[in-house]
Design a binder for this molecule. Structure first.
Ligand code: NAD
Ligand code: DAU
Length: 352
């Protein structure tokens, strides 16, 4: 039996990871620590409700006493740190919480894990590992050519990506200084079920289904490299189990598309399958994001060569599955777009 401490497991990727792992393995138990911010939603975990191999604990990763307590209670083999403030636009209007959660929270987890796993000078419990779920945004922005490699220098631009880069450097410092067993994964943009509708794809699906305007930042020609969330979960599982200690692994599927193309793909699917009255007249070009990164593109060669990882879901299949999921889970959408989030959403939307 392997015991995982998963943080941020009520969010988009964390919940997909928990569902993936519990479905795939009989010998995995997951303790899921989540603060349940606006982005955390226990409804995402409904399929594992009552499963004794999923234990939910509401706590802040910055809370030293709470995390130490968990390490006393459970004999963890892995820590997988998803917990973060994850939205670039929010980081531009309120950077401080990004430093608290993304940097200080990561350092607290590293400290608690190190303390619990240390068996001697530079020696740790056999097989244990801390995996930091990072992002391609730490590399900054690309021109028309080239890809992010693990050796690409860090050059973050937004408060969000700067906080993620700072966290990565602390993870590296623990490996370099204490020989602490770590990996870092840096993935491109994810899409799929349970993604909070402040992010491009679920926002556009939701708005299209409601015949609302689709706010495209600037000219809409910024490029992102989209990966179906389950393929990211598979990569994290493989890196945790087989990744070489101390290494960084980039994760992406060579699926670069401009934002405007994504929006048009969603519109044409909705028009054809759901509502013939929906069309491109819903697109509205709005003020660009400050410091907007122009292009991201991952070179996934290292994870393919070393671990045999490859993406299983192509974009055409993935986007259809995703739109279908939001269509059949409109109650989920209603719940997450009401309450505390609604206020923020209306404010952001009205200001565009
Ligand atoms: P998300 O915003 O959907 O979920 C974040 C989760 O963390 C939420 O459940 C939230 O309640 C929880 N959380 C926030 N602050 C916390 C705290 N202080 N203590 C405990 N829990 C806290 O984010 P996501 O899109 O699922 O991203 C997960 C991770 O993957 C993040 O670290 C992000 O940087 C990284 N990442 C995301 C993408 C993407 O495209 N979404 C791509 C690459 C990497
Ligand atoms: O690359 C990985 C990153 O992808 C993750 O680390 C982040 O956590 C995740 O939020 C995501 O960041 P982006 O900023 O790329 O994602 P977002 O969905 O916010 O925006 C995608 C692109 O779409 C970006 O170029 C901005 C644009 N956009 C976004 C929104 C919300 C619009 O044009 N209109 C919008 O309303």
């Amino acid at each position: 039996m392997k015991t995982y401490l998963v943080t941020g497991g009520a969010g988009f990727i964390g919940s997909n990871f928990i569902l993936y792992m519990l479905d795939r393995y009989e010998d995995v138990t997951i303790v899921n620590v989540d603060k349940l911010t606006y982005a955390g939603n226990l409804e995402n975990l409904r399929p594992v409700e009552g499963n004794p191999r999923h234990i939910f604990v509401q706590a802040d990763i910055c809370d030293k006493a709470a995390i130490e307590d968990l390490f006393r209670k459970y004999d963890f083999d892995y820590v997988i740190n998803f917990a973060a403030e994850s939205h670039v636009d929010r980081s531009i209007s309120d950077p401080e919480i990004f430093v608290k959660t993304n940097v200080l929270g990561t350092v607290n987890l590293l400290n608690c894990a190190k303390q619990a796993w240390q068996t001697g000078d530079d020696a740790f419990k056999a097989g244990c590992k801390y995996l930091q779920v990072s992002t391609d945004e730490v590399y900054g922005s690309l021109g028309a050519e080239g890809f992010f490699m693990e050796t690409t220098p860090l050059d973050p631009h937004s408060p969000y990506s700067s906080s993620k880069a700072a966290a990565d450097l602390f993870v590296k410092a623990y490996a370099d200084t204490y020989r602490f067993p770590v990996n870092i994964t840096r993935c491109s943009n994810n899409y799929g079920p349970y993604q909070f509708p402040e992010k491009l794809i679920p926002l556009m699906i939701n708005n299209a289904l409601q015949r609302k305007e689709l706010p495209v930042y600037g000219d809409g020609m910024q490029v992102r490299d989209w990966l179906y969330v389950e393929d990211h979960c598979k990569a994290i599982d493989m890196v945790a189990r087989e990744g070489r200690l101390g290494e960084v692994y980039n994760v992406g599927g060579h699926n670069e598309r401009p934002n405007l193309a994504i929006v048009k793909t969603i519109l044409s699917y909705v028009k054809e399958h759901v509502d013939a009255g929906v069309g491109e007249e819903l697109i509205r070009h709005v003020t660009d994001r400050k410091g907007h990164d122009r292009r991201y593109g991952i070179d996934p060669e290292k994870i393919r060569r070393e671990l045999g990882w490859y993406p299983e879901t192509d974009f055409e299949t993935g986007i259809q599955k995703t739109i279908q999921w939001y269509l059949t889970n409109q109650e989920w959408m209603e719940h997450v777009t009401s309450g505390r989030y609604q206020e923020y959403y209306e404010k952001m939307y009205d200001s565009k």
